[in-house]
Design a protein around this ligand. Structure first.
Ligand SMILES: O=C(O)CCC(=O)C(=O)O
Length: 334
């Protein structure tokens, strides 16, 4: 269930314009939260491999749960196309805003500073005027450490420069502007990804979170993201869609926006940039070898059966010729 006491869209948009971040306490509660937590934990049970869809991992500290719109219906209705979120995004990003990514992750317990301050890089450097992009984040675990932190107002200062990583010495003078988002599971926040932000360390308890990313899908992407197959296509379980989906919600989900896209953008899981390609090939080889061995064992069993039935046929023919009934072949007698 979503919270009816949420702030109104105008106030949230104003906070985004001013600070670059707006916190939505108790955004997700009750059955909707419990359902997503359960689905998320099931996906975290084991890695995706071959026929099993679980989590993906490309670094030690974070375990990714991709394609939230295929994970649980509440990710779609209670988060991605939540009416408040839609209203804020249309006025802050623009009428062409659409969901481009819906993924979550678990950060493991760590004291290591594995994730630094940054703005999100996503659009092609040929785009001169920085396009707006907003993420909706929803905590799925209670967060008291390893929380999200955002330098309020930094989205305005960075508006005309290409996104980059920020060393701590550059951020230290702005730390009095840091918004630390801690809170129970169900706490959400919207932030402009042009602002300087990070996940803080230490992470004393594993943290589960979902991130829904919105920008105008017509904006060209940076080369790395095209190679990595990021942002498109976005998978959706059509069965999760509510019967009364509004035209605004359909547009926010990007309905019809990929019709003119080149074919390679529509193919899931064919990114040119693979993480750990040697390991990937080794595992694929091991699976192929396992299947070949199975097939060889089957052939050996078949051959053995064929030989045995020929031996039986021969010995019973021999027995018939010498007039002994029920006698086993001499070679099998001892
Ligand atoms: O996991 C976090 O708290 C930080 C997320 C982040 O840096 C991002 O989404 O760009």
């Amino acid at each position: 269930m979503t919270n009816i006491d949420l702030p109104n869209a105008a106030d949230v948009t104003e906070a985004l314009e001013r600070d670059g971040i707006a916190v939505l306490p108790n955004f997700l509660t009750g059955a909707a939260l419990a359902s997503i937590q359960d689905s998320f934990n099931r996906a975290l049970a084991r890695p995706s491999f071959n026929t099993y869809i679980g989590y993906e991992q490309n670094e030690k500290w974070r375990v990714l749960v991709e394609n939230l719109l295929a994970l649980d219906p509440h990710c779609l209705t209670d988060c991605a196309v939540h009416p408040l979120v839609g209203d804020v995004l249309r006025s802050y990003v623009g009428p062409d805003v659409a969901l481009v990514e819906a993924r979550g992750w678990k950060t493991i317990r760590t004291k290591r500073t594995f994730h630094g301050w940054h703005e999100d890089a996503w659009y092609h450097p040929s785009v001169k005027q920085r396009p707006r992009e907003v993420k909706l984040a929803v905590y799925l675990s209670d967060v008291t450490s390893g929380h999200f932190s955002y330098i309020a107002g930094s989205h305005l200062a960075n508006a005309n420069q290409f996104p980059r990583h920020w060393p701590q010495r550059e951020v230290s003078p702005m730390m009095h502007m840091a918004r630390d988002v801690k809170g129970p599971a169900g706490t959400a926040f919207l932030f402009d990804t042009a602002g300087v932000h990070r996940q803080t360390t230490p992470v004393l308890d594993p943290r589960n979170v979902m991130f829904f990313n919105y920008h105008d899908p017509a904006v060209p992407l940076q080369d790395e993201d095209v190679l990595a197959g990021r942002y498109r296509p976005i998978q959706l379980n059509a069965g999760f869609l509510p019967e009364n989906l509004t035209p605004d919600q359909a547009r926010l989900l990007g309905f019809g926006r990929a019709r003119a896209a080149p074919a390679h953008e529509g193919v899931i899981g064919r990114a040119e940039l693979r993480r750990y390609p040697v390991l990937h090939d080794t595992v694929a080889f091991a699976l192929a070898a396992r299947l070949e061995i199975q097939e060889a064992q089957r052939t050996v069993r078949q051959l053995r059966r064929a030989v045995m039935s020929r031996v039986r046929a021969k010995t019973s023919g021999l027995a018939a010729r010498i007039g002994v009934s029920g006698t086993r072949a001499p070679s099998l007698q001892h």
